[in-house]
Write a protein that binds this ligand. Structure first.
Ligand code: DLL
Length: 435
């Protein structure tokens, strides 16, 4: 496959020039958040630091972190650095408790976003001759819209099919002659399995490229996808708070995900003392956005664990690469692409009368897809009364669906069925294989 760039001048910028560009942009964004966003001003003032005290890039480490909790507290628009009349779009993702986090984009942000996803797609081999099937859900989730703009910006033909209706995905691929698929890696395999059930030979469909992200996956899963589906599959990463997809993506050499450093500064910090780690060490990814207008983020703690490398890549790109994200420093689960915190589930179920305080969450695969089961103890009196038990079951199911946007399997248990824990309760049992 040929090395291609969407914006060669930028993607192959010299490190020296890049640092100058980053510093100029950093100064601007720091002034902007200090003047426009009360939370940033308070945080900076608390540390006794002003934007003008940042005299070189490494001074960034003096600034306080921003967290998902800050976004949640500012729900919905409190961290926006622009008046709402300049904001043309909002998206949203789960928060650590009931409240989701809301992210916003100005017209320029949408332009930047489309360039960055266009870079990811071009780096992974997409051209204007491709026909792209976007099988992420078009919703408050950033995945579908972000990749959609990028694919159009490349000039490819976009099929905005959204997620679900898997047989239709296969038929659309066949009839519309799809050459590139964009979705979560687990959904890609589900589409493949469905084609097998339908008696359709997948490799004859003509699909060539897969751009997968939004959830952790492994090299062995990539191998399986590539072999079974006969495609070239790359990983891309991002998060709503930072922009959505378009933060980083693999090139055709698949040796780490290129971070678009002209728009973001990436740091890796120690998960215990939060100090900045030297290149090559594994820690939590912390991101500062340099060009976002509506929702700039300063030292945003992603909780995703990775390693960064600044060596020039074989493709000629000079921008840093991050290793594939293997885990998180918190307990967030990603179930069918939906971010779920065990604490959200706990908040919901503990507020329902008749529920005991012993529960377990089992995460596993059902076929290709993630599957979440809540096993929870309830009062024996309700357990022994089929009508009341059914009512309680329904209440738990409905409330969880309303809060999580996802409905786990629910198993109600008699009191004292789950093993008693001594010390820290292990609430989550994750049986999905990892490598
Ligand atoms: O998942 C943005 C996205 C959409 C990325 C489409 C790529 C493709 P959120 O819903 O806010 O945004 O979830 C962000 O998902 O902090 C990671 O834990 C996880 N994640 C995203 N991409 C990857 C990946 C989108 N390639 C959270 N590998 C992040 C591992 C990923 N984890």
């Amino acid at each position: 496959m040929k090395v291609r760039y969407f914006n060669k001048k930028r993607e192959c910028i010299s490190r020296k020039e890049l640092k100058e560009l980053q510093f100029g942009r950093l100064k601007y964004v720091l002034e902007k958040v200090y003047n426009n966003v009360p939370l940033y001003r308070q945080k900076f003032d608390k540390e006794g630091i002003k934007p003008k005290d940042i005299k070189k890039l490494s001074d960034l480490a003096k600034l306080p972190f921003t967290t998902k909790d800050d976004l949640r507290k500012a729900f919905p628009y409190g961290l926006f650095a622009e008046p709402l009349k300049r904001v043309v779009r909002v998206h949203s993702s789960s928060g650590t408790t009931g409240l989701p986090t809301v992210v916003g984009y100005t017209k320029n942000d949408i332009k930047t976003w489309s360039e960055l996803t266009a870079r990811v797609l071009t780096a992974g081999g997409l051209t204007n001759e491709d026909i792209v099937q976007i099988a992420f859900g078009y919703s408050l989730f950033t995945g579908a819209f972000g990749m959609h703009y990028g694919a159009e910006r490349v000039g490819a033909t976009v099929i905005p099919i959204s997620s679900g209706n898997t047989q239709r995905q296969v038929l659309t691929m066949r009839d519309f002659k799809t050459t590139a698929l964009i979705c979560t890696p687990s959904y890609a395999l589900q589409i493949y399995d469905t084609s097998v059930e339908m008696g359709i030979e997948f490799k004859k469909l003509g699909l060539k490229l897969g751009f997968f992200g939004a959830e952790p996956w492994s090299e062995s899963m990539r191998k399986e996808i590539e072999e079974k589906m006969g495609i070239f599959a790359t990983d891309n990463y991002g998060l709503s708070e930072v922009i959505g997809p378009g933060f980083s993506g693999e090139c055709i050499f698949k040796r780490g995900l290129h971070i678009w450093e002209d728009h973001f500064i990436a740091e890796i910090v120690d998960t215990e003392n939060f100090g900045v780690l030297p290149e090559g060490e594994k820690g939590e990814l912390v991101v500062t956005s340099l060009t976002k207008e509506a929702l700039p983020v300063i030292r945003y703690r992603t909780k995703d664990l990775t390693v960064i490398n600044h060596e020039k890549c074989e493709c000629g790109r000079t921008m840093a690469r991050m290793e594939r994200v293997k885990g998180r420093s918190d307990d967030m689960l990603i179930i069918k692409g939906v971010n779920v915190f065990p604490s959200q589930i706990e908040d919901v179920v503990f507020s329902i009368a008749g529920v005991q305080h012993q529960y377990q969450l089992i995460v596993d695969k059902k076929g290709r897809l993630d599957f979440l089961e809540l096993q929870i103890e309830i009062n024996n009196e309700i357990y022994d009364n089929p009508k009341k038990k059914q009512e309680l079951f329904k209440t738990i199911k409905e409330r969880l669906l309303a809060v999580l946007g996802l409905s786990p399997e629910i198993t109600l248990l008699r009191q004292d069925s789950l093993p008693k824990v001594e010390g820290k309760a292990k609430r989550v049992i994750d049986k999905r294989q990892k490598d």
